[in-house]
Write a protein that binds this ligand. Structure first.
Ligand code: GLV
Length: 324
């Protein structure tokens, strides 16, 4: 009997088309995202799944799938998957690091600049006819915050953070960083977390969401940020206390924020960040260029193909499953 593989969304790229030569492929064609109950039903009897970061592969779901032999996620982050549950069963989990580094760094820097220079707020002002209605232009009109000469603090110093550091250096910023284990990166000073929070005019978060990093930027740490600082988050929403951030932004303690990721996605309409003029919002699009998404899909498909052929996945989150 042919092996069954489920793909939770139509994917870009070339390699995904090779999958049908190796197994019986079923693809969710929508409309919209596959609901959680649908995932359980569709995965019954499947040897493998190619999924997105929107598909929650929790412990109960994994335990309900005795035939599951591999999971390949088209994402670099894997907080939507219970990795320990897979590893306990010897199931490899594939992800897509590397190819999205520069694209995601661009998003972080775009949010940083947009928040500093009030781009979304100014766009709304023009679009809604306010400029004409108020017939206003003055020396303090939409004044923002300078980037050149400011200090950028990076929380995490992996590949994406390093790519953000290169952009910041080209913009004349001083760059400091905190990483669990200090890393030598040209022009970047490693500092304790509290010092990064206290010294940074701009703070950009670049951590994976894990049990250790969940809620890392809590109310106390947000409270210890430099007054008037800007927070940028393109990693995972669960790392930042959104309520505390919203309070700090509405009181004026923080200047602005650029937020691509949320504790709950799609973001609920009652999230207070949605109602603050000094927050630039995007819907988890850090790696969203057509080329990068095609490259990510190709890596995800290659991980699945390797698993189907009984080979180690080229990009495996839990390679210890192969050492058994
Ligand atoms: C995006 O957030 C990813 O994890 O690929």
């Amino acid at each position: 009997m042919e092996k069954k593989v489920f793909v939770t969304h139509e994917l870009p790229g070339e390699v995904i088309h090779q999958l049908s030569g190796l197994c019986d492929v079923n693809v969710w064609l929508g409309p919209g995202l596959l609901p959680a109950e649908g995932l359980r039903e569709e995965l019954a009897g499947c040897e493998g799944v190619v999924c997105l970061l929107t598909d929650h592969m929790d412990h109960a779901l994994i335990e309900s799938l005795p035939d599951l032999r591999f999971v390949s996620s088209m994402s670099v982050g894997v907080d939507h998957v219970d990795v320990a549950a897979l590893t306990a069963r010897g199931i490899p989990l594939g992800h897509t690091p590397g190819v999205l580094v520069e694209t995601t760094a661009d998003t972080a820097f775009a949010l940083l600049l947009a928040a500093a220079r009030r781009v979304s707020e100014a766009d709304r002002f023009v679009r809604q006819g306010e400029w004409r209605r108020e017939n206003r232009w003055s020396p303090d009109f939409f004044t923002g915050k300078d980037v050149a000469g400011a200090t950028l603090g990076l929380i995490g110093l992996g590949a994406i953070a390093q790519a953000v550091a290169r952009r910041a250096q080209a913009f004349g910023m001083r760059v400091v960083a905190w990483n669990r284990t200090a890393r030598e990166v040209p022009g970047v000073s490693n500092l304790p977390l509290e010092a990064v929070l206290a010294e940074s005019d701009f703070l950009s978060v670049h951590l994976a969401l894990t049990a250790e990093t969940r809620g890392l930027l809590n109310a106390a740490r947000i409270g210890s940020m430099k007054p008037g600082a800007v927070l940028v988050n393109t990693s995972r929403g669960g790392i930042v206390d959104e309520g505390a951030l919203a309070a700090a932004l509405s009181s004026g303690r923080l200047y602005a924020a650029g937020i691509d990721v949320f504790a709950e996605e799609p973001v609920p309409v009652d999230n207070p960040l949605l109602y603050l003029p000094n927050v630039v919002l995007t819907p988890h699009i850090g790696s969203a260029t057509a080329l990068t998404r095609a490259r990510m899909a190709d890596i995800a498909a290659n991980n699945a193909i390797a698993a189907l052929q009984g080979k180690p996945m080229p990009h495996c989150v839990n390679p210890e499953v192969y050492a058994r």
